[in-house]
Design a protein around this ligand. Sequence first.
Ligand code: SIN
Length: 521
Amino acid sequence: MQEIATSRVIIVGAGLGALYAALQMAPRPVVMISPETLGEGASSAWAQGGVAAAMDAADSPAAHAADTMRAGAGTVDRAVAETVTRAARDHIVQLTGLGTPFDRRPDGGYVLSREAAHSFSRVVRVRGDQAGAEIMKALVAQVRAAPSIEVLEGVMATALELSGGRVTGVRVESARAASGPVLLRGPAVLLAGGGSGGLYALTTNPPRIRGQVIGMAARAGAVIADPEFVQFHPTAIDVGEDPAPLATEALRGEGAVLVNRRGERFMTAIHPDAELAPRDVVARAIFAQTRAGLRPMLDTRQAIGARIVTQFPAVAAACARNGIDPVTQPIPVAAAAHYHMGGIDTDIHGRASLDGLWVCGEASSTGLHGANRLASNGLLEALVYARFCALDIGAALGDPPAPDPAPKIGFPPGDRWPDAAVIRTLRQVMTEHVGVIRDARGLKIALAEIARLERTQAGAESFADMTATATLIAAAALLREESRGAHSRADFPQTDAMAARTRITLKRALAVRDAVCEELK
Ligand code: SIN
């Protein structure tokens, strides 16, 4: 295999965490691995809500941390929640300085949206639902102008290289067509390549986000935390698009209500906070309405009316291209895989369990989100941990070297491209059996099916990354014999008194899978 050595830190991914970490590390030379043209294909750019931060004088990081812990259903790490919420303001100020045009009031204060399970309006936003896109635009411009940052576009990482238990590089392939691998060796690797929503048939995540980064770390032996905790967003717009467009929770923060085809406002009977109940509660209610054939819908007409067109342009555009006029019609919605609370286990510095490896953003599991992430804490966590990782990598590597040229990769020919039909089947299996409501029977069927699909794609490393993550989610979901937050077991509806996070390796998850395959033979 062709090998290229670089003195640059290797950053896998090109979303918010990756861009921000690259900027935080400057002038240390870095090379970013971006499967798409920079700024495209990352979940961060699709985030509609914004960044949660206690910016109002009457709000506080302590209240934000308390909401984070309450929503997280017992498994949020308090120290992490307090650290992250305390740091939030500083990152908003920094993003503003980097050119993000956050919505401002005439007195200069930030316009703050209300989202579910927040006791305060504290989501910093851009033109209603444009926060992710505008933050990414500002950071991409900064990255393009930074002399310390090189970006390899159209390249995807498929595996980590280890020497003596330490991560020493990344195997990469072309992201555009089948190719052979090339080994890129560097002094440190930062994984910031997103979550796993696209492992599900119904998802709000961009098409390429299918758990590959978590899977590649797991395949290298990294400890994975809480993989069973997958968040389903209650209001994906249900119009048959893949991925499903999002109708941001901020709409419900503005008073939009959920109704079914009979016109019933069903959330009022389920939770005192009705539409602003924690996301897992609303997602299960939507799922139940869908399953009962009651066609849940988000009705923005009275609360928002014609303002939806100017104040929530992404939602209005998604409706328009599907023939829905939200000013006069309710918007059909469904629960869709949206965010992975679980991921690569990281400490407070963003270090993974393998030497030489750091992680930030959705690929990580820091302990902030517990079993149910508080809305708009995802982008916040990516920002805070991107800086922690940058600082810790700096401390570990010492003075930055003089930049060497961008690695020039010429991919050898290869035929290891996973079959699109097999990926489709994997996604259907995950939605059907590892989705909003789970039970042992379905999880076992899923594990056996994942194993079967994996065997059909031997040699396609990116597919092995996907099935590694799928296996971890399903195996940990089978092992967690309780319901907690987003993990809901029909056969174990109770919540155990002892709340504990999951720590699991792929080896253990595969042992569970093997035992299930044996049992189902
Ligand atoms: C939303 O805007 O509803 C999503 C925000 C988030 O997932 O944090």
